[in-house]
Design a protein. Sequence first.
Length: 112
Amino acid sequence: MLENKGRSKGRKSRKIAPPYRVILHNDNYNKREYVVQVLMKVIPGMTLDNAVNIMQEAHYNGLSVVIICAQADAEDHCMQLREMDFLVPLNLQVVDAEDHHSDLSAWYQRCT
């Protein structure tokens, strides 16, 4: 029986970056319609229905997951959202989507 020892040694395992969540917190200053418009403008593939659902979840539950993506993309989305012309800057945060020990994870599990 022949063994191919060289093949497994030559390959390097690639680590996949953990996903991150962009979290939108509710505020009582910005118009909900404008938040929906901005979400659709900034977040790739965001539909009107999804944007409305995200805005309503943040409004009624205090916060909502906007998108789950790579950390660099999540931070970029936060930066773009914060740069939009809001009355009060949006309260956003980027958190590790695989951090099952955070209070946010517990909240999100209850909401899904």
